[in-house]
Structure formats: structure tokens, C-alpha cells
Design a binder for this molecule. Structure first.
Ligand code: C2E
Ligand code: MG
Ligand code: MG
Ligand code: MG
Length: 274
């Protein structure tokens, strides 16, 4: 009996594995088709000065106009994109849209998210600069967001890439800071312009994890202060979170409190509609 039950269970498990494998293969095939159709577009979320809520720029976030499922956020497909390598092509299509948008909208910073895969390519910086130039977009308005883990992958190569970009005015932001087992000794070696404090710490500021989050955010801000770099609080949803961040000395922020990602955001300068 036990044996029979065991077999049933493993068959069930196999079925589920097969279904999941099929789902991922379908998604990958969809993604390939979407690349041919250029079915991606940026949604822009405001980044504000916490003091007065004025918009200093936007983060461009990837959206996929799926033929049957509607608009998909990266959480639904980025894993497949990374595993298959297709994310590189998707990113280039998106960056091209972002450059076009920058050329049409003359103000404010725009940050793009960069897959760790790009840091392993030899001509990422050159290709990005060429794309900006072709579109007539000012590189000094562009920032790239990368995660801590991506840095550790191939540090010398990443450093070379950042230096080329920085020579042209493209700044580097460290995304989701605090979640990636930061190798602190590495930080000061890279030309990092700002740390983005991960949403998990920000949302904890007025939740159950208040004390822990407060301590962590304070430590991250002290680190940023020591390195002389800016900090941007991510995922600010409440006035209380904004208030605490401001008290702790975080100058910039982003989150639903200030605005959700949208295809055509309001121009920088004005306060974001809260
Ligand atoms: P991220 O770079 O940390 O982006 C912030 C994510 O948090 C976005 O989700 C944004 O919509 C969401 N968010 C912002 N404010 C709030 C808030 O107040 N509350 C909550 N609950 N969420 C908030 P999104 O757009 O789904 O992007 C998820 C992740 O996908 C990004 O995290 C980034 O790692 C990745 N990603 C986004 N765009 C691109 C891209 O163009 N290329 C690559 N390679 N990755 C991208
Ligand atoms: Mg980001
Ligand atoms: Mg982030
Ligand atoms: Mg994130």
C-alpha cells in the first residue's frame, strides 16, 4: 500500500514537472515571437526628491504586450528570459524605445535595468552609447541599474564597462541594495552613483519588522554616507515610510505613493501626483 501510494505521489509529481516544463517552453516560444514583433514597451515610474516630492527622473520598467494575455510585468517572464538568454534581445528593444522617449522628452534622468548578462558582453557600453547617439538622446541623462550580484560576476569587466559609460556621463545605480549579500569591500572600487534601498526594507519601516528594518535602513544610509553616494528608497507606499526615510537622511525615493509605472508620465520638475 505504502509503495503504491508512493508511486502515485511520484507520478503526480512527474505530471506537475511536465506541465511546468511545457509552460516554460511555451513562454519561451512566445517570447521569441514577441521579439520578432517588438512587443515591448517601457512604463515610467517617477523618482522624486523626498523633501518636496519634485520629480527628478524616471525608471523605465519593462512591459510585454502579450498577444493573448495582455500586458505582462517582468516577474512573469524574466526568469525564462534570463535562462534562455532572450532577455538580452528584449532589453535592446526596450532600450531603443527608451532612447527615443528621451529624445522626445527633453528633461530629467531616466534609469534602465540592466541584466547581469550584459555585463558579460564585450560591447555593451559601446552599443548603448551608439544607440543614444543615433536617437539623439543625451547620455548624461541616462543611468543604469544593476544588482550587487551582477557586480561580483566579473568585476574587472564590469569596472571597465562602468568607466566607459561614466566618461560619457552615464551613471551607475545599485538596485535592490541589501538583498544580494553585498561584498562591502567591492563597493568602493566601483564608480557607483547611488544605492537603491530594496523595497523589502522600506515596506518594513511601518510594519511588523519595524525595528529590524529601521536598523538596516539606517546602516545602509550610513554606508552610502561614508562612500559619499546618494540613496534612493524603493517601493514607498505610505506617508509614514517617506517620513522615516527623510528623517534617516534618504534624499530620494520612488514608489506607489508618488506614482505607478505608466507609459506616458508627467514631466519632471512638478511634484508627482500623490
Ligand atoms: P526593480 O528594478 O527593483 O523595479 C522596481 C519594481 O518594484 C517594479 O516592478 C515596480 O513596478 C515595483 N514597485 C515600484 N514601486 C512600488 C511600490 O510602491 N509597491 C510595490 N509593491 N511595488 C513597487 P516591475 O516593473 O514588475 O519590475 C520588477 C523587476 O524586473 C525590476 O525590479 C527589475 O529587476 C526587473 N526589470 C524591470 N525592467 C527591466 C528591464 O528592462 N530589463 C531587465 N533586464 N530587467 C528589468
Ligand atoms: Mg530597477
Ligand atoms: Mg529595485
Ligand atoms: Mg526590485
Amino acid at each position: 500500500r505504502a509503495k503504491a501510494r508512493g508511486r502515485d505521489r511520484s507520478e503526480l509529481f512527474d505530471d506537475r514537472m511536465r506541465a511546468e516544463a511545457t509552460r516554460l517552453l511555451d513562454l519561451e516560444a512566445d517570447l521569441r515571437r514577441a521579439i520578432l514583433k517588438d512587443a515591448f514597451e517601457p512604463a515610467f515610474q517617477p523618482i522624486v526628491r523626498l523633501q518636496d516630492g519634485s520629480v527628478v527622473g524616471h525608471e523605465a520598467l519593462l512591459r510585454w504586450n502579450h498577444e493573448s494575455r495582455g500586458v505582462l510585468a517582468p516577474g512573469e517572464f524574466i526568469g525564462v528570459g534570463e535562462d534562455s538568454g532572450l532577455i538580452e534581445q528584449v532589453d535592446w528593444l526596450l532600450y531603443s524605445r527608451v532612447c527615443g522617449w528621451m529624445a522626445r522628452h527633453g528633461e530629467g534622468y531616466v534609469s534602465i535595468n540592466v541584466s547581469p548578462r550584459h555585463l558579460r558582453s564585450d560591447d555593451f557600453a559601446e552599443r548603448l552609447l551608439r544607440m543614444l547617439d543615433d536617437a539623439g538622446a543625451d547620455p548624461r541623462r541616462l543611468r543604469i541599474e544593476i544588482t550587487e550580484v551582477a557586480l561580483l560576476d566579473d568585476a574587472p569587466r564590469a569596472l571597465r564597462l562602468f568607466n566607459i559609460l561614466r566618461e560619457h556621463g552615464v551613471l551607475v545605480l545599485l538596485d535592490d541594495f541589501g538583498t544580494g549579500f553585498s561584498a562591502l569591500s567591492y563597493l568602493h572600487r566601483f564608480p557607483i552613483h547611488a544605492l537603491k534601498i530594496d523595497r523589502s526594507f522600506v515596506s518594513g519601516l511601518d510594519g511588523e519588522m519595524h525595528a529590524e528594518s529601521l536598523a538596516l535602513v539606517r546602516a545602509i544610509l550610513a554606508l552610502a554616507g561614508t562612500l559619499g553616494i546618494d540613496a534612493i528608497g524603493e517601493g514607498i507606499e505610505t506617508a509614514r515610510q517617506r517620513e522615516i526615510l527623510l528623517e534617516l537622511g534618504c534624499a530620494y525615493g520612488q514608489g506607489y505613493l508618488y506614482g505607478r509605472p505608466v507609459p506616458e508620465p508627467a514631466a519632471p520638475g512638478k511634484p508627482a501626483p500623490a
